[in-house]
Design a protein. Structure first.
Length: 259
């Protein structure tokens, strides 16, 4: 395990990870456990179609804690907040229960964005996380957003997160730091980061326990994990895993480290 020395500044700090139970937030949780002295997790029930991800959160936390006694010591409480905003504003492809006439997940909507884009979701998550962290004096917020593999979602962009950090610090007169470890990584890079953090055991734990599929499918087990295999999230994860395994095989053939 790659861990921050207890003498390093972050080792004395507490971090709050916005934690969905998916591949990206699981990797960010591991990244945080390797650096911060105390790590808490915060999830959101916002009426998501893939509600099953909320059931995976506990298992992902337990799997990561089992990988390292130090990580187990650092892992703090988990909180799940309910957000009714999207239920009240109307359903989109990611929050609808689904009908036979519904457009395929990931189809382009009238505004040119994928129909799985939930307006302002990451901005709202960041704001809610900051509000929850405020009274606990937690200033480090960790988000699994990624511009490189954002599927076109504007609230995953680096500029969006930097603007959110500025707004939070001005509007709440505090000094939050929004960490985005995956911002410039593609999915292959995310798998490689997981291996750097916790070896193949962490990669295997993320494959087995995390959930990414927009359709909420947990019945079919692929080499990259569970999912329908057809939605944009599954295709992205599958491509990234295939590229990661290819890089592993190439490195093995050359006798060089691949992570």
């Amino acid at each position: 395990m790659r861990e921050q020395s207890d003498r390093q500044p972050l080792a004395q700090e507490t971090a709050l990870v916005v934690f969905s139970g998916g591949q990206d937030s699981a990797t960010c949780l591991a990244w945080s456990l390797a650096r911060f002295g105390r790590v808490l997790t915060l999830g959101f029930d916002y009426g998501q179609r893939h509600h099953v991800e909320l059931d995976c959160r506990r298992r992902v936390r337990e799997a990561l804690a089992a990988l390292s006694p130090r990580w187990a010591e650092r892992l703090g409480e988990d909180v799940l907040l309910t957000l009714d905003t999207y239920r009240q504003c109307g359903e989109n492809a990611l929050t609808a229960t689904g009908t036979p006439d519904a457009a395929p997940l990931g189809a382009t909507a009238a505004d040119g964005l994928p129909n799985t884009f939930v307006p302002g979701r990451n901005l709202l998550f960041g704001l809610q996380a900051a509000i929850w962290a405020y009274e606990k004096n937690i200033r480090h917020l960790v988000l699994g957003v990624c511009q490189s593999d954002s599927s076109g979602y504007p609230d995953c962009r680096d500029d969006s997160i930097k603007a959110l950090q500025l707004a939070l610090n001005l509007g709440m007169d505090t000094h939050y730091v929004l960490h985005t470890p995956l911002m410039w990584l593609d999915k292959c890079g995310a798998w490689q980061l997981a291996e750097q953090l916790g070896g193949t055991a962490l990669v295997d734990a993320i494959v087995e326990e995390s959930h990414t599929c927009y359709a909420g499918e947990r019945g079919t087990r692929h080499d990259w994990g569970y999912g329908c295999g057809q939605c944009p999230a599954c295709r992205l994860r599958a491509r990234g895993y295939a590229a990661y395994k290819a890089a592993c095989a190439d490195a093995l053939s050359q006798g060089t480290p691949h992570a």
